[in-house]
Design a protein around this ligand. Sequence first.
Ligand SMILES: O=C(CO)COP(=O)(O)O
Length: 296
Amino acid sequence: MTFGQALVHQRVQLPAARGCSRPMRRSVVMRGSGRFFIGGNWKCNGTIDSVTKLVDELNAGSVPSTVDIVVAPTFVHLERVQRTLKGPFQIGAQDCWVSKGGAFTGEVSAEMLHDMGIPWVILGHSERRSLCREDDELVGMKCEYALSQGLKVIACVGETLEQRDSGHMWDVLDAQLAAIARHTSMDHWVDLVIAYEPVWAIGTGVVATPEQAQASERLEGPGAACEVHAHVRKWIAQNVGPEVADTLRILYGGSVNEGNCGTLANLEDVDGFLVGGASLKGPSFIDICNAQNKHS
Ligand SMILES: O=C(CO)COP(=O)(O)O
């Protein structure tokens, strides 16, 4: 039994998959979400000193007003960052519980984040999928519950190298997307972005140039991003709807840095990044926020 099935089995109170009874934040799919999006996932990093320094560096940086920028500190640093980080930076959490809070030791609920004024949450990161055994179904349920509580969601998908090399990549990605689509109410798609993060590119420095990608049998880095991002958009168009696919922002994550972000930002269907390691260095992250102005 998967974790998601186990929850259902235990009758954990979950929202209706579609047509959730809670009030929707917005009911119209806006086509205005064409703004580039940069997420900084700080993962399990930071001390009071390092977070203070990072926030100071971000506050001192110059970023375009045309880009949505969200940084996701740990839960314990959320309040401090919220208090000290200035606009246009927005804040996100790195996870939240799948249903209403209660007797779930160690968890943080979507209601709590919303109550605190935290607008975004990252869900389904590959590290949570692999290390915390979060399966597709659970991630899909988490997405809809968080959306139903007024949060905006960065939903992560991505294949491992083994899945890619064994020819299962498309099945894996489609199953991850299908679980998100199965649970997400039509009206909630406007508040969801998808982050494609190939597991083999996370923290590895493996980001090939498009030329390398072309020369390589296995598409890597930007080549993979182009190919997969186009696939994700097509899948969403066919299985959710063309309007949603048109406006959906698809981010690339995996070893994005100040050296490769210009090239990546120019790729078709890449609407932004989810950055790990480089988001912990203020000047690097500021540079990445300006990726669209770089000439590759
Ligand atoms: O996992 C990531 C962002 O969520 C990517 O991490 P890196 O940028 O360190 O490869």
